[in-house]
Each structure stands twice: as C-alpha cells, then as structure tokens.
Design a protein around this ligand. Structure first.
Ligand SMILES: Cc1ncc(COP(=O)(O)O)c(C=O)c1O
Length: 465
C-alpha cells in the first residue's frame, strides 16, 4: 500500500521543515508536567492574560455591548455600563453591516481603518491613508499574508534578525522561501550593524538568492532592544540601496521600559528622511492588540500599513486577504478602541488611565526585578559543560531549559529556538508572571541555576542569559 496523502511521509515537506520554538519541545514537556499536576509558570509565550493580567475595563465593556446588542435596549443598561461605553458600542455597531456576527470587508471595517490612520498620523506627524491599512487576525496573519505575497520559491530571500521571533522562520519555511539571517550584536545592546547586513545579502546573492525583504522587530523580541532613530535611518538607506521592502514588526511599541530610548516608528523615520528615499522605499508596518498594556492575545486583532506600495500590488494583497473572507470582527473593534481610547473629559478616562498605567508600571518593575534577578545569579554569563547535554542528546540550552522546567516549573524557550551565534547559549523568558510571584520565581531560578552550575560547570562552554 502506498502512503496515504496525509501520512507523514506524504505531507508537504515545507510543513515538516517549519519549526515553532515557543510552542516546541519545552512547551510540550511543560504541558505534560502540568497534566501530571505540577505547577508550571509559562514564560515561553507572551500571553499576559494567561498569567493574570487583568483586561482593561473600557474595551471589554464596549465589546460586551457589541456582542450582546439587546443589552442596549435594556432600561438598566446605564446601571451596568458607563455612558461613553454605550456610545462607543453604538458607534462601532453602526459601522458593521449586521453586527459582530457578520463578515466585514476583507480589509477590515472602513471606519476602524480610518481610526487606525488617524492614530498613525497623531503618532508620526505624517498623513496615513486608511485605504493602505488592512486589519488582520493578529499581526501574525498580516505577516503571513505579506510573506505569501513576496515569496514565490526558494530563490526569494528574506533578511531576518537572529535571534528572531519564530513566526518569520516558520512562515518562510512553510512558503518554501529562503531565510537570510543577519546577527544582532549582543555586545552592542542587540544593535543592528549595516555591514553585517551587507555581508548577509552578498552571501545570499552568491548562492543565487534574490533578497527581497528585510524584517526588523522593533522593539525586539526576544532581545528587547529599541532601535535608535539613527539606526533606523541606516536600515532605510540600506533598503533603498539594495532594493528591499522593509517589514517593520512594531507589535511591542507600547512596551517601552527605558525612557532614554523611546520607540520611533519606521514610517516616521522614512518620512523624516525625505525624497527620494521617502518616496521609494517600500515599507509594511505591523501592529497588534496582543501586546503592551492591552495584552488581548486571544482576541486576535492586528493591522498592517503599506507605504510606497503600488495600487496593483495593494489589490493583490486585498485578494490574498479576501481568501479568508474577513478578519475577526470583535478584534477589529478592539483595534479601534486601542488606537482611539477614552480621551480626557470622557467618563471612563480616569479609570482607563489608572488601569493602563498600573499595568505598564508593573511591567517596568517586573523587567527590573527580572534583570536584577538574573544579574545576581552566578554565571549569568556562565561557563558550563556541553558534555552532559551531549550525553542527553540535547543542545546545551535545551538541556538547561528542560532541567529548569523539571526543577522549578518555569517554562522558558531555549535560545536555539530563536537563533543565536554558534557556541553561545541563551534562554528567553517573558516578564509576564504576576508581580507578586516574581521574587519567588527569581529565587527559585537562582537556586536552580546555582545548583546546575555547581554540577556542570567546567569552564569549557560559554553561555549567556
Ligand atoms: C515580534 C512578534 N511579532 C508578532 C507577534 C504576533 O502577535 P499577534 O498576537 O498579533 O499575532 C508576536 C507575538 O508574540 C511577536 O512577539
């Protein structure tokens, strides 16, 4: 009997090739341990609400009313919902053709796209066209649609930072394209070196690959850095010289923990540069409701904005979006609310500011606790043997992370899942566990790490966390 079409031997090789580390071996083992009754702290995926972050009240009130519009006819609605939430729910319902249960335009609700354009314009100080903004099911779906539009086969290369968020490597593999890595410089705060970029492009060209796009993740995941304006200028100049479309993953733009390095969007820097670059360099920028103080990952809301993309291509991307009929409609309303939150003077303004500030300040404190915690650990830049890992048939960082999981229940992602320089090992964790749990988590991490180092260090390997 020949293998059936969906037997493992027969399925698309690109599917087998694509790896998704944040839900990989470590995550699967953590899920098993959880089933066995062990308490697991999932820091592998940035999933804030799963770790106790409370949703902001105002957007939930608005979407609740949109989901149950009959409540708007209830005489007691004003007792349960503030008047501005009621008004906002009516505002968004009036934009839909049949409420939340109806498909919307494949590009998203026009009124919400207009609100996104206004947000971008306020943020950057440059015009933004709603016709060039598409709403998506999370930023991931947008990234996939754009990569699908760019990649035709193995000869099409995409420059991707290393370490990177595995959405990129996995999607490029799935689409049969070529990932062209460029290394971020850890010793320069994970900065981006244009010479390194040039080398990567030249090497790829030598192999017959046409490098078509460059991905930046700004602020970075897993590296957390925020690119400076000067660095972004260099990147845009490079894209101009090398004829690359820049894919700006800016989903962490609210997660800024160092005042001295604010977030600046690629769109703003592109416009600041002026012509010819501002009129020539193609840019797609992505954003989401999943991150920052919203953290609404489960809602799956996102958008992308296209700059300097021809109308013919915009139409083709529309066609790709149309295949899925419509982005999630409730998530589109979350996006509208994120880019157009309560304003000073609105009834819900004070509560909204109190809640969002509370989350952001707590995230800042958690970033500090974690940084200090790791820095207080022995061998944070550490030496440990690769021998034991080899014997266990594991890459050293996978070995370390598995031991950490078994000993403490802390579920992280080994750096090898994001890519890293050879001979250097990392682990990646989020800062999302509840603030009150953080000191105990760091204590148990430190205890584990010290014992691990005691057992395995022999000054031959080199690792950094
Ligand atoms: C860098 C980066 N881009 C995109 C995403 C995907 O986010 P979304 O939930 O909007 O699909 C994530 C999620 O963690 C991310 O870290």
């Amino acid at each position: 009997m020949p293998p059936k079409p969906l037997d493992y031997e027969s399925i698309n090789e690109n599917v087998k090739r694509s790896q998704y580390a944040v839900r990989g071996e470590l995550y699967l083992r953590a899920s098993e341990l959880q089933k066995e009754g062990k308490k697991i702290i999932f820091t592998n995926v940035g999933n804030p609400h799963a770790l106790g972050q409370k949703p902001l009240s105002f957007p939930r009130q608005v979407v609740a009313l949109c989901q149950a519009p009959f409540l708007l006819d209830d005489p007691n609605v004003g007792l349960l919902f503030p008047a501005d939430a009621i008004a906002k729910a009516k505002h968004y319902l009036s934009m839909t053709g049949g409420g939340l249960g109806a498909y919307s335009d494949s590009r998203g609700i026009p009124g919400v796209r207009k609100e996104v354009a206004e947000f971008i314009q306020r943020r950057d100080g440059y015009p933004s066209d709603p016709e060039l903004i598409y709403l998506t099911d999370g930023a991931s779906k947008g990234v996939m649609q754009i990569l699908q539009t760019i990649i035709g086969g193995q000869g099409d290369g995409i420059l991707v930072p290393v370490p990177q968020y595995p959405l990129y490597s996995a999607t490029i593999a799935l689409l049969g394209g070529s990932l062209v890595p460029y290394y971020l410089e850890e010793t320069a705060n994970w900065g981006l070196d244009v010479n390194e970029l040039r080398q990567s492009v030249n090497q790829a060209r030598y192999k017959g690959i046409t490098v078509k796009a460059m991905v930046i993740i700004n602020p970075g995941n897993p590296t957390g850095q925020c690119l400076s304006e000067a660095n972004l200028r260099e990147v845009l100049q490079f894209c101009f010289e090398e004829n690359l479309v820049l894919l700006g993953d800016e989903v962490y733009q609210q997660n800024i923990y160092q005042d001295e390095r604010p977030f600046v969007s690629a769109k703003k820097v592109l416009m600041d540069i002026g012509p010819p670059i501002s009129k020539e360099v193609q840019l797609i920028s992505f954003h989401t409701v999943s991150k920052g103080y919203w953290g609404e990952c489960g809602q799956r809301g996102g958008y992308f904005e296209m700059t300097n993309i021809s109308p013919e291509t915009v139409d083709q991307i529309y066609k790709v979006a149309s295949i899925s009929l419509s982005p999630n409609v409730p998530a589109q309303i979350f996006m509208g609310l994120m880019v157009n939150p309560p304003k000073p003077g609105d009834i819900s303004y004070d509560q909204f500011v109190r809640e969002s500030k509370g989350i952001l300040e707590s995230l800042r404190r958690r970033a500090r606790i974690m940084t200090d915690g790791f820095n207080s650990c022995r061998n944070v830049v550490c030496n440990f043997t690769e021998e034991a890992a080899k014997q266990a048939g594991k890459v050293p960082d996978v070995f370390y992370c598995l031991k950490l999981l078994e000993a403490t229940g802390i579920s992280t992602v080994p750096g090898s899942g994001f890519g890293q320089k050879e001979g250097v090992f990392h682990l990646r964790t989020t800062i999302l566990p509840a603030e009150e749990d953080m000191p105990a988590i760091m204590d148990s991490f430190k205890k584990f790490n010290d014992e691990f180092m005691e057992q395995y260090e022999d000054h031959r390997g080199y690792s950094r966390m």
